[in-house]
Design a protein around this ligand. Structure first.
Ligand code: HEM
Length: 576
């Protein structure tokens, strides 16, 4: 069977086995005590047809295929690679056709783990007749590469990731390099100052989470199950929209095509990175290729939305405000407009002298980078807690104790929610978003361990492999927030010597890490205080990727008000 035949057969199987969920309303009423996945799917389809744009909690489920199917190197490429790379000192992964099964859902990181166990912490993965990834699953090598990216020496740059996501981020600082990146990062990062985060906590993170809680209360009252992955995607879109643009997407109330657009474009970047036939390199072909058409339409929607929001904000800022921002900056103080503390307002008031395309792409970078990542972190944390009753009990005990009669944490209470934060930390170890980081060598290099890297080599740091490595972590597959003691600082790449790198490390580390952790802890505190969550039985939770680790079919949960649960229990059980 030819390669192309193999691929088209594989893709058909993949699509055939994936449930049809478009038009579903996952965070909305889904099923009345559905007990199997099939029942869930049927009831979703039934509801979707007659409940398209109303209901207590809205939103479409993600089409996990993104804009279309992807491809990866077959066995013959491994053989070819072995021939031409035979002189090097780096093992080559033995990519067998059956490994490709793992990639059908887009979960490349799972195959990377298998090859890691077979080939060791640094290996080559052939991706074409003359191309390969150098896959790193070792903390010391990862540290070396991450610290050498866009540093003073710049041994590595974002390489392929910049190429494959240019269609989405344009000039945005998430993928730009060199002086352009340095200047834009310097301009944008101050907008996420401490006073801003404090304002976000009370004005955005807490209230948006309470909004979701009200939606869940309706589902709890009617005894219907809820797709929590969709809910978190909607919640985090609402939050990032308000935080970056002071704009309410209102995704919790109405289906937002932007959610699918963001997912489709992120999936497209991943697919471009592993395409055997990179047709996307020829823009002239785009109108002829359905996957390209779909991806470009998604980007257009995101760009249009961003441009409109920038225009509206510019209309609001006057000379007086710009003078106030300049005075604050001269005095070394943090500027914030009390009426509109958004990042956009900060940048415009600070008279950022950049062209509107640069501003659009920088803001778009933050919107995309800050949305699905935090949504996925919340999804997997709740999934893990629902499966680990002891950890759930400890988190709820902490939330009850710290919040008292309150419904959302204050800034001071946030600092006390240490166990809840460790649950998020640990969930991001098991499910890092994204599971791999891409770099390219700008000059020849030697990694710790003596592995030689040639100029131009694409490098893939498998955060997932490092976080799951038995050489790095004791009992790596267990969900143990306790592995990060509460009387010590929370884990970072620095204090774990790059054993723990969910926010990357070095100069290109995430700018939104504190924002994201605060957002996730506040949302969890609000929800755990009020509800008991349990997985709807009969589901198989499979993973796929679209920059973040996503479920293939959603995360369906039964939700109950904790007060109601307590009242149902016999008195003795309540006392215990
Ligand atoms: C749990 C949530 C989040 C995770 C797991 C996460 C993860 C990451 C990672 C791993 C990188 C570095 C990628 C690399 O090294 O190639 C990154 C970069 C970035 N993140 Fe986050 N992020 C999260 C939330 C956020 C939020 C909320 C924002 C904005 C408010 C944000 C904005 C950015 C930006 C702008 C970059 C690019 C930085 C640069 O290249 O200089 N992220 N993020």
């Amino acid at each position: 069977m030819s390669l192309l035949q193999q691929r088209s057969l594989s893709n058909t199987r993949s699509t055939g086995s994936r449930p049809v969920l478009q038009g579903a309303s996952p965070c909305r009423v889904v099923s009345s005590r559905a007990s199997t996945r099939t029942q869930i799917k049927r009831s979703i389809a039934a509801r979707a047809s007659d409940d398209e744009d109303s209901g207590p909690v809205g939103g479409k489920n993600i089409d996990a295929a993104g804009a279309g199917a992807s491809s990866i190197s077959p066995a013959w490429l491994t053989q070819l690679s072995l021939l031409w790379s035979g002189k090097g000192n780096i093992p080559v992964a033995d990519a067998k056709p059956e490994d490709i099964q793992d990639l059908l859902g887009g979960a490349l990181f799972k195959a990377l783990y298998k090859w890691f166990t077979e080939s060791g912490p640094v290996y080559l993965l052939p991706t074409g007749p003359v191309s390969s990834f150098l896959v790193i699953s070792d903390p010391a090598a990862a540290k070396h590469v991450l610290r050498g990216t866009d540093s003073s020496t710049t041994v590595y740059d974002k390489g392929l990731v910049a190429e494959v996501s240019q269609f989405l981020f344009g000039e945005g600082f998430a993928v730009a390099g060199g002086e352009q990146w340095r200047a834009r990062r310097r301009a944008v990062s101050p907008s996420l100052h401490r006073a801003y985060l404090e304002e976000m906590l009370s004005r955005v993170f807490g209230p948006s989470s309470l909004h979701l809680a009200d939606k869940l209360a309706a589902a709890a009252a009617s005894g219907t199950s809820v797709n929590m992955e969709a809910c978190f995607s909607q919640l985090t879109l609402d939050i990032i929209g308000k935080a970056v643009f002071n704009y309410d997407f209102d995704a919790l109330n109405r289906d937002s095509p932007l959610i699918q657009a963001v997912y489709t474009s992120l999936k497209e970047t991943e697919q471009r990175a592993t395409d055997l036939l990179p047709l996307w390199k020829f823009p002239i072909l785009a109108p002829l290729i359905p996957r390209q058409r779909k991806a470009l339409a998604a980007v257009e929607l995101i760009r249009e939305t961003t441009t409109t929001l920038i225009r509206k904000c510019k209309e609001m800022v006057d000379e007086e405000e710009m003078a106030a921002a300049a005075a604050a900056s001269a005095a070394g103080e943090e500027y914030m407009n009390q009426g509109d503390p958004s990042v956009l307002r900060f940048l415009i008031a600070a008279r950022e002298e950049v062209d509107s395309t640069q501003l659009r792409d920088d803001l778009l970078s933050m919107l995309v980078a800050g949305h699905e990542t935090t949504g996925s972190a919340l999804t997997w944390t709740l999934y893990l807690l629902a499966q680990n009753p002891e950890q759930m009990r400890k988190a709820q005990e902490e939330v009850d104790r710290v919040l008292g009669s309150g419904t959302m944490p204050t800034m001071q209470q946030y600092a006390e929610l240490k166990y809840t934060l460790r649950c998020v930390n640990e969930s991001m170890r098991l499910y890092p978003h994204p599971p791999v980081l891409l770099r390219r060598a700008r000059q020849p290099d030697v990694l710790p361990g003596g592995y030689e890297v040639v100029k131009g080599q694409d490098v893939m740091i498998s955060v997932y492999n490092i976080h799951h490595s038995p050489q790095v972590w004791e009992d790596p597959e267990a969900f143990l927030p306790e592995r990060f003691p509460l009387d010590q600082p929370m884990p970072t790449e620095q204090n774990t010597d790059y054993r723990y790198i969910p926010f990357s490390g070095g100069p290109r580390k995430c700018v939104g890490d504190q924002f994201a952790l605060m957002e996730a802890v506040v949302a969890l505190a609000v929800l755990l205080k009020r509800f008991e969550f349990s997985l709807v039985p009969g589901q198989t939770i499979n993973m796929t990727t679209g920059a973040t680790i996503h479920t293939t079919d959603g995360l369906y949960m039964n939700v109950k008000e904790r007060q109601a649960v307590k009242q149902q229990q016999p008195a003795a059980a309540v006392v215990a």
